[in-house]
Design a protein around this ligand. Structure first.
Ligand SMILES: [Zn+2]
Length: 478
């Protein structure tokens, strides 16, 4: 394909050889050619055509650097490697995104890639992907040297929840994105090189380049505002999601009105407008995972027996009664069979130790891993299940929060902080969001607290009266 942007020299030894949809930049060095990003499959042909038009030989291509692993930056690489034998570079964490080639070199943070008279500093800037890298290099134009900079992963749309769920990306990447931007703002950049043409207005500047007295690509005022705008966009996405994707979890079902953790309680919760179900998992004497909150059945059935000392049959024989409604305990597997395909979010709380593997297996087998969050008050339980099944999102239920707890949660890759509702403030929610954490409250004792949590910008809450919460949410969104 002929490019929709005529290939041109940007500045110094830096050339543009990509398309509007996928930028590729060529550095012509004293010892051959270096390419930054390749693009979609069809871009291979474009790049060859563009390099030839500029008067260079594609066979001189020595290195291909990738800003990150997404297909619009890497799909054309395999064809170019086949043609030239060029050595390829990628962030190790992005291996799962690429196809058709094996990177020769994984970057290290701050490493320098040298070819002849040109060197590129590669800085680890995760967020947009787990292994995104940014690039800095100097070019000479006339008497002057200019610092070029490319931010390796600028798009915040890939950090929307729906997209992250589909790709199995952790929410924590949002926090990494903000951190990377803060780090990149410290760099001085004279020439902002976009890895998409709309980032640095490649097309418009290319047109001006023909007539302008000064090179329009030289603009030291562009870099920081661009970064700030990217961060602001992600912040808006997160705020918007906390309004449109707020999860109203029926806590043990609609437990204010029906016997908790029973089928009727869950069904009632959904009828009342809940878009999530929260439940608790324990193991019976005969090894079955069942949904039951307390250690014993005293409160629900008036029989003081530990769940772990009852067989499944013995437990299910006990009637649970509330407000004239009677139902029985159910197993986790029956629950998943019945509700697993509903388009709702599940919060599964681990109440027993040693059940992590079996719970993880069931969640994966019933296909709910992407739409559930596994929680516990016991840090070890969530740590264990995260280690056994990294694709499961985990949350930590805490009575009070401090920085140490937040750091511990993030250190195991945990995605959700679940403080007692009275601990929630809008400022704290915003801070946790900036770290990439989801925020969900528990212990919502009354409607005033319920409203305060919703208004704080949190992502969800467990509530015994999901009808009242859904009424409030509808009123706020009207
Ligand atoms: Zn991308």
């Amino acid at each position: 394909m002929i490019s929709d942007i005529t290939p041109f020299r940007m500045i110094g030894n830096l050339y543009f050889v990509g398309t509007y949809a996928a930028s590729s930049h060529l550095l012509v060095t004293s010892e051959g050619l270096m390419l930054i990003d390749t693009g979609y499959d069809y871009n291979a042909e474009t790049i060859v055509d563009s390099v030839t038009k500029l008067g260079f030989d594609i066979k001189d291509l020595k290195y291909i650097l990738h800003s990150h692993g997404h297909g619009d930056h890497t799909d054309a690489t395999a064809a170019l490697v086949a043609l030239t034998g060029a050595k390829t570079f990628l962030g190790r964490e992005d291996l799962r995104y690429i196809k058709g080639f094996t990177p020769d070199v994984f970057y290290e943070d701050n490493m320098t890639v040298r070819l002849g008279d040109t060197q590129i500093r590669c800085v680890f800037t995760p967020g947009h992907t787990e292994g995104a890298y940014s690039f800095f290099f100097d070019v000479t134009e006339g008497e002057n040297r200019y610092r070029c900079g490319m931010f390796g992963g600028a798009g915040p749309n890939q950090l929307k929840k729906d997209y992250m769920h589909k790709r199995g990306v952790s929410y924590l990447m949002r926090g990494e994105f903000f951190k990377s931007i803060e780090r990149m703002k410290q760099e001085h950049v004279d020439v902002f090189v976009g890895n998409h043409a709309w980032h640095n207005h490649t097309k418009e500047k290319a047109a001006r380049l023909l007539t302008a007295a000064e090179n329009p690509f030289i603009d030291p005022t562009e870099w920081v505002p661009f970064l700030e705008k990217s961060a602001e966009k992600l912040h808006e996405i997160i705020l918007d999601e906390s309004r449109t994707h707020f999860v109203n979890y029926a806590h043990r079902g609609a437990s204010e009105y029906t016997p908790e953790n029973t089928e009727i309680a869950f069904e009632t919760g959904l009828k009342m407008g809940a878009n999530g179900i929260e439940t608790d998992v324990r193991r019976t004497k005969d090894g079955v995972l069942v949904l039951h909150h307390d250690e014993t059945t005293a409160r629900l059935a008036g029989v003081d027996r530990a769940v772990r000392d009852l067989t499944l049959d013995e437990l299910c024989a006990l009637p649970f009664e509330k407000n004239g409604v009677t139902d029985h305990a159910m197993t986790l597997e029956d629950f998943l069979r019945k509700f697993g395909e509903y388009p709702i979010t599940f919060a599964i709380e681990l109440k027993d130790e040693g059940i992590e593997q079996d719970v993880a297996d069931l969640l994966v087998r019933y296909g709910v891993a992407g739409k559930c969050i596994v929680t516990s008050f016991h840090f070890d339980y969530i740590k264990n299940i995260k280690a056994l099944a990294p694709a499961l999102r985990v949350g930590w239920l805490v009575k009070d929060v401090d920085e140490e707890k937040v750091a511990a949660l993030m250190a195991i890759g945990g995605e959700e902080i679940c403080p007692r509702a009275t601990e929630i403030t809008p400022e704290r929610v915003e801070n946790w969001h900036r770290l990439g954490l989801n925020v969900r409250a528990w212990g919502v004792a009354d409607e005033a607290l319920m409203r305060a949590v919703y208004d704080s910008g949190a992502d969800g809450m467990t509530v015994n009266f999901p009808d009242k919460l859904s009424t409030y949410i509808i009123a706020q969104q009207a």
